[in-house]
Design a protein around this ligand. Structure first.
Ligand SMILES: [Zn+2]
Length: 244
């Protein structure tokens, strides 16, 4: 059995029994960890308010096996994301990011880069005037972190150049007019492809004053959800709640 002390982001909290909650954490050194927090459902438990999704915490927990279920000993709140409690639209956007993380990260892995990215995202989503653009940029970064970098330079089927008329989800690439079609083809206007390229390359803190139109945001969001679901082999139920 090992004792772990680590900073963490709370990804998910489920009721486990009358007085116990099952908390899923994202940690920089130990990947995605799950731990039982005993007694926190009782009123006046001092951990109660700290163990909510989107909170950053410092936790101490016992873990028998790196991929197993730990037992939470202590948690201290480092910061919360207050805007997500009162802004439903931002809450849904952040939930989509957190569902992607929960479905696609593993225990006992080094997640430093991803952890820093998510902490930066929580800071941004709390204040940015561009919550949708910021969320799409972080989803693109998450896809790239998993090894799937969208290719905007040449057609993913024939290798040809512009003009491109859409995206092939299975190839993670733009495609030319001749290669359009097929089961994984999503048609997109050139402006939306350029906007997606900018979001994917700028990162969440390089967006500047970028503001995309509602149709562009919708198209890019649908495409990113399709890419994450196909390549990471996950289902994102939050996507159904989202009308960007
Ligand atoms: Zn082609």
């Amino acid at each position: 059995m090992s004792l772990i002390k680590t900073d963490a982001v709370v990804l998910k909290v489920n009721d486990y029994s009358e007085s116990t909650r099952l908390v899923t954490f994202l940690t920089p050194d130990h990947g995605r960890l799950r731990a039982l927090a005993k007694g926190v459902r009782r009123i006046r438990s001092r951990d109660r308010g700290t163990l909510e999704p989107f909170s950053r915490v410092h936790v101490t927990l016992y873990l028998k096996d790196p991929a197993g279920l730990g037992t939470l000993r202590e948690s201290a709140l480092l910061s919360t994301c207050p805007v997500l409690r009162r802004d439903y639209h931002r809450w849904v956007l952040a939930s989509l990011v957190f569902e992607s993380l929960d479905r696609a990260t593993l225990p006992a892995t080094d997640l430093h880069t991803l952890f820093d990215l998510i902490c930066a995202y929580l800071d941004e989503i709390n204040t940015t005037p561009q919550p949708v653009e910021t969320t799409l940029a972080v989803l693109a970064a998450l896809l790239e972190w998993h090894g799937f970098r969208p290719d905007f330079a040449r057609c993913g089927l024939c290798g040809g150049g512009e003009p491109f008329v859409g995206f092939r989800v299975d190839k993670c690439s733009v495609v030319c007019e001749r290669c359009a079609g097929g089961p994984h083809f999503i048609p997109l206007p050139p402006g939306s492809l350029k906007a997606f390229e900018h979001l994917a390359s700028a990162g969440i803190r390089g967006l500047g004053a970028l503001r995309l139109s509602a149709p562009q945001l919708d198209q890019i969001c649908s495409l990113l959800v399709a890419l994450l679901q196909y390549h990471l082999e996950i289902t994102l139920t939050t996507a159904r709640m989202l009308h960007v």
